[in-house]
Design a protein around this ligand. Structure first.
Ligand code: ADP
Ligand code: MG
Length: 245
Protein backbone atom coordinates (compact mmCIF):
# COMPACT_ATOMS: atom_id res chain seq x y z
CA UNK A 1 0.00 0.00 0.00
CA UNK A 2 2.68 2.49 1.10
CA UNK A 3 6.44 2.61 0.79
CA UNK A 4 8.48 5.31 2.49
CA UNK A 5 12.03 5.34 1.13
CA UNK A 6 14.99 7.17 2.65
CA UNK A 7 12.88 10.12 3.64
CA UNK A 8 14.66 13.20 4.98
CA UNK A 9 13.31 16.45 6.37
CA UNK A 10 15.45 18.89 8.30
CA UNK A 11 14.22 22.09 9.96
CA UNK A 12 17.39 24.18 10.15
CA UNK A 13 19.66 22.10 12.36
CA UNK A 14 16.85 19.79 13.54
CA UNK A 15 16.93 16.45 11.76
CA UNK A 16 13.22 15.81 12.19
CA UNK A 17 13.18 12.89 9.73
CA UNK A 18 16.53 11.40 8.84
CA UNK A 19 16.76 8.59 6.30
CA UNK A 20 13.49 6.98 7.31
CA UNK A 21 12.27 3.89 5.42
CA UNK A 22 9.37 1.51 6.10
CA UNK A 23 6.44 -0.15 4.35
CA UNK A 24 2.78 -0.63 5.12
CA UNK A 25 1.10 -3.73 3.75
CA UNK A 26 -2.53 -3.90 2.68
CA UNK A 27 -5.11 -5.00 5.25
CA UNK A 28 -2.82 -4.50 8.22
CA UNK A 29 -2.51 -2.14 11.15
CA UNK A 30 0.97 -0.67 11.27
CA UNK A 31 1.97 1.50 14.21
CA UNK A 32 4.58 4.23 14.10
CA UNK A 33 5.81 4.75 17.65
CA UNK A 34 8.62 6.55 19.41
CA UNK A 35 9.28 9.21 22.04
CA UNK A 36 8.04 12.78 21.68
CA UNK A 37 9.93 14.64 19.00
CA UNK A 38 10.99 11.43 17.21
CA UNK A 39 9.63 12.75 13.89
CA UNK A 40 6.38 10.78 13.65
CA UNK A 41 4.03 13.65 12.85
CA UNK A 42 6.57 15.04 10.39
CA UNK A 43 6.46 11.70 8.55
CA UNK A 44 2.67 12.10 8.37
CA UNK A 45 3.05 15.66 7.08
CA UNK A 46 5.34 14.34 4.36
CA UNK A 47 2.97 11.49 3.44
CA UNK A 48 -0.03 13.80 3.29
CA UNK A 49 1.80 16.48 1.29
CA UNK A 50 1.75 19.26 3.88
CA UNK A 51 5.54 19.22 3.74
CA UNK A 52 7.95 18.36 0.94
CA UNK A 53 10.86 16.09 1.83
CA UNK A 54 14.46 17.26 1.37
CA UNK A 55 15.07 13.87 -0.22
CA UNK A 56 13.55 10.42 -0.41
CA UNK A 57 10.41 9.00 -1.95
CA UNK A 58 6.87 8.11 -0.99
CA UNK A 59 5.17 5.42 -3.07
CA UNK A 60 1.43 4.88 -2.62
CA UNK A 61 -0.30 1.99 -4.41
CA UNK A 62 2.64 1.87 -6.84
CA UNK A 63 2.60 5.58 -7.76
CA UNK A 64 5.19 8.08 -6.69
CA UNK A 65 3.29 10.71 -4.66
CA UNK A 66 6.35 12.60 -3.42
CA UNK A 67 5.79 16.35 -3.69
CA UNK A 68 2.10 16.17 -4.65
CA UNK A 69 -0.27 18.68 -3.08
CA UNK A 70 -2.38 17.68 -0.04
CA UNK A 71 -5.62 17.76 -2.12
CA UNK A 72 -4.07 15.49 -4.74
CA UNK A 73 -2.95 13.02 -2.11
CA UNK A 74 -6.32 13.10 -0.39
CA UNK A 75 -8.00 12.45 -3.75
CA UNK A 76 -5.74 9.46 -4.31
CA UNK A 77 -7.24 7.96 -1.16
CA UNK A 78 -5.21 8.84 1.93
CA UNK A 79 -7.47 10.01 4.75
CA UNK A 80 -5.82 11.51 7.81
CA UNK A 81 -6.77 12.04 11.44
CA UNK A 82 -4.78 14.99 12.77
CA UNK A 83 -3.19 15.11 16.20
CA UNK A 84 -5.09 18.35 16.83
CA UNK A 85 -8.87 18.53 16.55
CA UNK A 86 -10.18 20.14 13.38
CA UNK A 87 -13.96 19.94 13.77
CA UNK A 88 -16.36 22.78 12.97
CA UNK A 89 -17.46 23.67 16.49
CA UNK A 90 -20.53 25.63 15.46
CA UNK A 91 -21.96 22.84 13.33
CA UNK A 92 -23.81 19.80 14.63
CA UNK A 93 -22.31 16.36 14.81
CA UNK A 94 -24.35 15.30 11.79
CA UNK A 95 -23.22 18.31 9.75
CA UNK A 96 -19.58 17.69 10.60
CA UNK A 97 -19.94 14.10 9.47
CA UNK A 98 -21.77 15.09 6.32
CA UNK A 99 -18.90 17.33 5.28
CA UNK A 100 -16.56 14.34 5.50
CA UNK A 101 -18.15 12.60 2.52
CA UNK A 102 -16.43 14.94 0.15
CA UNK A 103 -12.86 15.08 -0.90
CA UNK A 104 -10.76 18.20 -0.62
CA UNK A 105 -11.53 19.22 -4.16
CA UNK A 106 -15.33 19.23 -3.87
CA UNK A 107 -16.72 22.60 -3.06
CA UNK A 108 -16.93 23.18 0.64
CA UNK A 109 -19.55 25.93 0.58
CA UNK A 110 -21.76 24.10 -1.83
CA UNK A 111 -21.99 21.36 0.73
CA UNK A 112 -22.43 23.66 3.65
CA UNK A 113 -25.57 25.20 2.19
CA UNK A 114 -26.98 21.82 1.28
CA UNK A 115 -26.64 20.43 4.76
CA UNK A 116 -30.42 20.32 5.21
CA UNK A 117 -30.81 18.10 2.19
CA UNK A 118 -28.44 15.30 3.01
CA UNK A 119 -29.32 12.33 0.85
CA UNK A 120 -31.04 9.41 2.54
CA UNK A 121 -28.12 7.14 1.85
CA UNK A 122 -25.68 9.50 3.53
CA UNK A 123 -28.08 10.01 6.47
CA UNK A 124 -28.16 6.27 6.98
CA UNK A 125 -24.39 5.98 6.76
CA UNK A 126 -24.01 8.75 9.36
CA UNK A 127 -26.45 6.98 11.69
CA UNK A 128 -24.62 3.71 11.21
CA UNK A 129 -21.28 5.36 12.05
CA UNK A 130 -22.67 7.07 15.15
CA UNK A 131 -24.06 3.75 16.30
CA UNK A 132 -20.62 2.21 15.92
CA UNK A 133 -19.37 4.55 18.66
CA UNK A 134 -22.62 4.63 20.72
CA UNK A 135 -23.27 8.28 19.89
CA UNK A 136 -26.59 8.10 18.01
CA UNK A 137 -28.16 10.48 20.51
CA UNK A 138 -25.67 13.22 19.74
CA UNK A 139 -26.55 13.59 16.07
CA UNK A 140 -28.05 17.08 16.40
CA UNK A 141 -25.83 18.44 19.17
CA UNK A 142 -23.41 21.22 18.43
CA UNK A 143 -19.92 19.83 18.29
CA UNK A 144 -18.63 22.47 20.71
CA UNK A 145 -20.77 20.93 23.50
CA UNK A 146 -19.07 17.53 23.26
CA UNK A 147 -16.38 16.26 25.61
CA UNK A 148 -12.82 15.92 24.34
CA UNK A 149 -13.17 12.16 23.94
CA UNK A 150 -16.46 12.50 22.04
CA UNK A 151 -14.85 15.06 19.71
CA UNK A 152 -12.03 12.65 18.99
CA UNK A 153 -14.56 9.93 18.17
CA UNK A 154 -16.45 12.19 15.76
CA UNK A 155 -13.20 13.18 14.19
CA UNK A 156 -12.24 9.54 13.77
CA UNK A 157 -15.62 8.93 12.11
CA UNK A 158 -14.96 11.85 9.76
CA UNK A 159 -11.63 10.36 8.77
CA UNK A 160 -13.33 7.03 8.08
CA UNK A 161 -16.24 8.57 6.14
CA UNK A 162 -13.85 10.49 3.92
CA UNK A 163 -13.52 8.37 0.76
CA UNK A 164 -10.21 6.53 1.07
CA UNK A 165 -8.08 3.47 0.52
CA UNK A 166 -5.75 4.10 3.43
CA UNK A 167 -6.20 5.64 6.88
CA UNK A 168 -3.41 7.47 8.66
CA UNK A 169 -4.24 8.33 12.26
CA UNK A 170 -2.09 10.63 14.38
CA UNK A 171 -2.55 9.65 18.04
CA UNK A 172 -6.19 8.50 17.90
CA UNK A 173 -6.27 7.67 21.63
CA UNK A 174 -4.06 10.39 23.14
CA UNK A 175 -5.81 12.11 26.03
CA UNK A 176 -8.91 9.90 26.07
CA UNK A 177 -10.12 7.80 29.02
CA UNK A 178 -8.94 4.16 29.33
CA UNK A 179 -12.48 3.00 28.53
CA UNK A 180 -12.65 5.02 25.34
CA UNK A 181 -9.13 3.93 24.46
CA UNK A 182 -10.32 0.35 24.55
CA UNK A 183 -13.34 1.17 22.44
CA UNK A 184 -11.26 2.93 19.79
CA UNK A 185 -8.95 -0.09 19.76
CA UNK A 186 -11.96 -2.31 19.07
CA UNK A 187 -13.19 -0.03 16.30
CA UNK A 188 -9.79 -0.05 14.60
CA UNK A 189 -9.62 -3.83 14.89
CA UNK A 190 -13.07 -4.10 13.33
CA UNK A 191 -12.01 -1.84 10.46
CA UNK A 192 -8.98 -4.02 9.81
CA UNK A 193 -11.18 -7.11 9.77
CA UNK A 194 -13.34 -5.35 7.17
CA UNK A 195 -10.27 -4.95 4.95
CA UNK A 196 -9.01 -1.48 5.85
CA UNK A 197 -5.32 -0.57 5.90
CA UNK A 198 -4.27 1.63 8.80
CA UNK A 199 -1.09 3.43 9.77
CA UNK A 200 -1.32 4.95 13.22
CA UNK A 201 0.93 7.01 15.40
CA UNK A 202 0.69 6.23 19.04
CA UNK A 203 2.71 7.18 22.03
CA UNK A 204 1.31 4.50 24.34
CA UNK A 205 3.30 1.31 23.82
CA UNK A 206 0.83 -1.03 25.48
CA UNK A 207 -2.07 0.07 23.31
CA UNK A 208 0.07 -0.25 20.21
CA UNK A 209 1.62 -3.62 20.95
CA UNK A 210 -1.84 -5.08 21.52
CA UNK A 211 -3.36 -3.72 18.33
CA UNK A 212 -0.70 -3.51 15.64
CA UNK A 213 0.45 -6.23 13.25
CA UNK A 214 3.72 -4.42 12.57
CA UNK A 215 5.41 -1.77 14.68
CA UNK A 216 7.92 0.77 13.36
CA UNK A 217 9.91 2.54 16.06
CA UNK A 218 11.43 5.98 15.43
CA UNK A 219 13.94 7.88 17.49
CA UNK A 220 15.54 11.19 16.46
CA UNK A 221 14.20 10.93 12.93
CA UNK A 222 15.46 7.42 12.33
CA UNK A 223 13.83 4.00 12.34
CA UNK A 224 15.57 2.12 15.14
CA UNK A 225 13.48 -1.08 15.01
CA UNK A 226 10.61 -2.62 13.09
CA UNK A 227 8.78 -5.90 13.36
CA UNK A 228 5.98 -7.77 15.05
CA UNK A 229 4.92 -6.55 18.51
CA UNK A 230 6.60 -9.51 20.20
CA UNK A 231 9.88 -8.57 18.51
CA UNK A 232 9.56 -4.97 19.62
CA UNK A 233 8.39 -5.52 23.19
CA UNK A 234 11.77 -6.58 24.56
CA UNK A 235 14.06 -4.85 22.10
CA UNK A 236 16.72 -3.10 24.24
CA UNK A 237 17.09 -0.16 21.81
CA UNK A 238 13.38 0.50 22.00
CA UNK A 239 13.27 0.27 25.78
CA UNK A 240 16.25 2.65 25.93
CA UNK A 241 14.57 5.18 23.66
CA UNK A 242 11.49 5.26 25.90
CA UNK A 243 13.48 5.32 29.12
CA UNK A 244 15.42 8.33 27.88
CA UNK A 245 12.25 10.47 27.90
P1 ADP B 1 6.64 13.53 17.03
O1 ADP B 1 5.37 13.60 16.27
O2 ADP B 1 7.34 12.21 16.92
O3 ADP B 1 6.47 13.92 18.47
P2 ADP B 1 7.46 15.74 15.30
O4 ADP B 1 7.50 15.14 13.95
O5 ADP B 1 6.29 16.57 15.66
O6 ADP B 1 7.67 14.58 16.40
O7 ADP B 1 8.76 16.61 15.51
C1 ADP B 1 10.08 16.14 15.23
C2 ADP B 1 11.07 17.27 15.45
O8 ADP B 1 10.93 18.24 14.44
C3 ADP B 1 10.90 17.99 16.78
O9 ADP B 1 12.17 18.34 17.26
C4 ADP B 1 10.09 19.20 16.40
O10 ADP B 1 10.32 20.26 17.28
C5 ADP B 1 10.62 19.51 14.99
N1 ADP B 1 9.62 20.14 14.13
C6 ADP B 1 8.46 19.59 13.71
N2 ADP B 1 7.80 20.40 12.88
C7 ADP B 1 8.55 21.51 12.76
C8 ADP B 1 8.43 22.74 12.02
N3 ADP B 1 7.37 22.98 11.23
N4 ADP B 1 9.41 23.64 12.13
C9 ADP B 1 10.50 23.42 12.92
N5 ADP B 1 10.68 22.28 13.62
C10 ADP B 1 9.73 21.34 13.56
MG1 MG C 1 3.38 14.06 16.89
Amino acid sequence: MLKVQNLKKYFGGVKAVDDCSFEVNERTITALIGPNGAGKSTVFNLISGLLNPDSGKIIFTNSNITGLKPEEISNLGISRLFQQTKLFNNLTVKENLFLAFDNEDTKFFKNLFRVNRISKKKQEKIKEMLKLVDMEKFENQLTRDLSYGQKRLIELLRTILNPHKFLILDEPVAGVTPKLREKIGEILQKLENQGETILLIEHDMNFTLKLADIVVVMEKGRVIAQGKPEEIRNNPRVLDAYLGE
